[in-house]
Design a protein around this ligand. Structure first.
Ligand code: NAP
Length: 361
């Protein structure tokens, strides 16, 4: 197996300025690695200041910023030179309409193809960790179904007209899920064919926890939705079922543990989801938790559409997705944060960064 250690050389993190990517950078710096942090604009101080601060905090690890773009072939050649591991977190996402569904798909699939060419060109890469998503696992399933790493979003979709090439241009959700499935398979195939490195994927569900910069607001993201509730507004997404929550620090730590694991199986995957039922919350449970954690705020909850939805669904929300990060805890030794800590840190950091206007009582 091809576990990495600091003496093997630098590691590269794509999407380093982003919510998950920044925590991955922090996890690798803490371990003493030199981190090549890849950002699309190395002159955007609002996206790099927090990374530079981490790099100069006096720990063992060193930080270097590289400019690179998934849409540009060869863009990662310089950043990946001499690297022993690639932690490929970055992806064009639809937040705030920055990318359309076709770009989300192409940036993941074709972009990762370019990036794999850069990794092969470097010749020093031993492990490639790909940030996939629970979207590559979740398929239509009855209420209460428990997903594992053996599930694929393609399961049972053979005759589903929505799961089609044509729909990539029309549906952000389809484009994203199809891209994550295709990219996971692509990185595994590339690693198996190359033989010098192996690939492992992580599949996070609802990621929450501390934000490290204002640019991590992600208009439309889960943290954005939580912030709206702390403004006393109704929950804008995910109220039809459960929020299956994982802490961003645990997602990042899992990336680092995979990079350094000498037991992880090549082409395997780890779902990064709730630790147990305490992390699977419907909108009322979420609101109750937030109300306890933020007693001086009038927390918002279910939206107006909920009533009509419940009349149609027999009075219940969908009991899912249910999924647990048991494999990551058992095989990687991942220790997870308690749900209260995750929710509190999300809200507190967003208030601190001025990303929400709390509905003070
Ligand atoms: N957050 C979740 O709940 C969640 C759940 C499952 C999976 N994921 C996956 O986790 C990864 C990170 O997501 P996130 O939540 O951290 O989102 P994020 O904060 O928006 O980060 C996305 C990152 O991708 C980079 N990126 C965007 N376009 C790019 C391009 N053309 N070339 C290179 N990099 C580009 C951005 O870099 P710049 O800012 O430098 O442009 C940004 O750092 C994604 O792959 C996402 O699919 C997230």
């Amino acid at each position: 197996m091809t576990a990495t250690q600091c003496s093997d050389g630098p590691v590269a993190v794509t999407g380093a300025s982003g919510y998950i990517g920044s925590h991955v950078v922090a996890a690798m710096l803490r371990r003493g690695y030199t981190v090549h942090a890849c950002v699309t604009d190395d002159r955007a101080a609002d996206k790099t200041a927090h990374l530079l601060a981490m790099g100069s905090a006096g720990g063992a690890g060193k930080l270097r910023i590289f400019k690179a773009d998934l849409f540009v072939p060869g863009s990662y050649d310089e950043a990946f030179a001499d690297c022993c591991a690639i932690l490929h977190v970055g992806a064009p996402l639809g937040y705030a309409g920055r990318y359309n569904p076709r770009q989300v798909y192409d940036g993941a699939v074709a972009g990762t193809g370019y990036l794999l060419s850069s990794a092969k060109k470097a010749g020093t890469v031993k492990r490639f960790v790909y940030t996939s998503s629970f979207a590559a696992i979740g398929h239509r399933a009855p209420s209460g179904y428990v997903y594992t790493e053996a599930d694929w979003a393609t399961d049972g979709r053979e005759n589903d007209p929505n799961w089609s090439e044509e729909n990539i241009d029309k549906s952000g959700g389809v484009a994203y899920a199809m891209a994550k499935v295709a990219t996971e398979k692509q990185v595994n195939r590339a690693a198996e064919e190359d033989g010098r490195f192996d690939a492992v994927s992580v599949c996070p569900c609802v990621v929450l926890g501390p934000l490290l910069s204002r640019t991590q607001e992600g208009v439309g993201s889960w943290q954005y939705a939580l912030a709206r509730m702390l403004e006393g507004k109704p929950c804008p997404r995910g109220w039809q079922g459960l929020w299956n929550i994982v802490d961003v620090r645990d997602v990042a730590e899992a990336h680092a543990l995979i990079a350094e694991s000498d037991t992880v199986q090549p082409s395997s995957r780890f779902q990064l989801t709730a630790t147990d039922r305490s992390g699977e919350l419907d909108v009322w449970q979420l609101q109750k938790h937030l109300q306890t954690l933020f007693p001086t705020i009038d927390v918002g909850g279910a939206p107006d559409e909920m009533q009509a939805f419940l009349e149609q669904s027999g009075g219940k929300v969908h009991d899912g997705p249910r999924a647990y990060c048991t494999k990551a805890r058992e095989e990687l030794g991942l220790a997870t944060h308690a749900i209260e800590d995750t929710l509190r840190e999300t809200g507190q950091t967003m208030i601190h960064l001025g990303l929400l206007d709390p509905a003070w009582r």
